[in-house]
Design a protein around this ligand. Structure first.
Ligand code: SF4
Length: 77
């Protein structure tokens, strides 16, 4: 599977494991443009496809801090 497109290349996939999330709210507090909270207070990505390098760096920062280790930023390839 090749997820790359000629324009607006998909650079990374952002996911939150709802089972691992401990509902700290940290992700949405750190980067509300990338994360929001569900009604249960768990984090979820605003968008699953990240195409902006700054967004990817921000998401990786959150992944490193997430107390549930629930956030993953992965290469789409
Ligand atoms: S930072 Fe991690 S544990 Fe906290 S709400 Fe976000 S995904 Fe869940």
């Amino acid at each position: 599977m090749n997820a790359r497109r000629p324009e607006g290349d998909l650079m990374a996939m952002l996911r939150v494991d709802q089972e691992a999330c401990v509902a700290s709210g940290l992700c949405a507090a750190m980067h509300p443009a990338l994360f929001r909270l569900t009604e249960e207070g768990r984090g979820e990505p605003v968008r699953g496809d990240l195409t902006d390098a700054d967004d990817i760096e921000s998401a990786e920062d959150v992944a490193a801090c997430c107390p549930g280790a629930a956030v993953t930023v992965s290469d789409p390839d």
